[in-house]
Design a protein around this ligand. Sequence first.
Ligand code: UT7
Length: 335
Amino acid sequence: MIKGAIPLKIAGIGYSVPSTVVTNDDLTKLYETSDEWIYTRTGIRERRLVSGNETAIDLGETASRDAIEKAGLNPDELDMIIAASSTPVEMYSMSCCIQKRLGVTKPIPAFDISAACSGLIYGLSIARGLIASGMYKNILIVATDNNSKHLDWSDRGTSILFGDGAGAVVVTASKDGTDDIIALDIQADGKQGGLIELHFDGDNCPLVKPNDKREPKIQMNGKGVYTFVVKLLPNYVDELIKNAGLKSENIDYMVPHQANIRIIRAVQERIGISDEKVITNLEYYGNTSAASIPIALVEGVRNGQMKLNSNVLLCGFGAGMTWGGAIVRLREGIC
Ligand code: UT7
């Protein structure tokens, strides 16, 4: 940490998923596939999807309320909201919609970031800098995605993977001098952007030459993503631990982005930690993008798999391509 920087406390974490379950067997009504194919390749059995008029804003609101309550704050004590979403319902600020829903009466800054599935770690990094500088004290980071609205439901290579959900983290200026962030790093490589794309081209003005149209749906080169990430992420996470002056035995738990169980196992093998220390729930939720890490984290604690007062490694990757990792300290009572 930079000398004089204000340390950060992770004060509360919450999540929300839709109640509607769509199983692998259900997907066989859409295209030729099987539970066995999907589960073997990905580790996913079912996912939660928004239904009717439910959106990522509803999920984001519920997750935020959960995190704010655990932080022991009321919404008017927040002084910034950062929403991470790569499948927004409102391009003009999901964070402002959530600010309104939470009933925040003050004109606190609210803005969105994307960074796709790395959005939560990117948001944490931004919040860390703003808290360290003393500019802000209580920041809500809410990661919320309704991927199901942006998938091509005839593309069996991509649509099997994703689910909808939201996770939220409230971070505050630490009053006891302890920094809950032991290490934090974010990276990107735009040259790999073609691996996962979601175009929002729009239409040129009718008075000028029309633009080419591209399908506004998530398009993914699954094998390309897999190969890129399996080569990159295990070494990256290993370096993150070493650069923090730690060894894998200092990591109590790993909460990875829930994209594919085979990618998770590759990272786990590289750093050499046992299955009980690795939190996975993609079997039930699929890949919920930026929400996947906080959802797994809260569930890991609430179902007793993770003990608090522990060092937890978070790591993720997503479209862009973006990736990031953090080693954080989880205090009692945060979720
Ligand atoms: O946050 C976003 C992160 N994204 C990821 O993490 C994606 C990482 N990649 C993956 O998880 C895998 O690449 C997939 C699970 C998406 C695909 O697995 P794969 O082993 O790479 O399959 P493939 O795309 O190479 O396809 C193999 C075969 C093809 O048939 P042929 O050409 O060999 O006859 C596909 O048509 O499997 C077929 N296939 C399917 N079969 C049954 C593709 N999707 C399906 C399906 N059910 N759902």
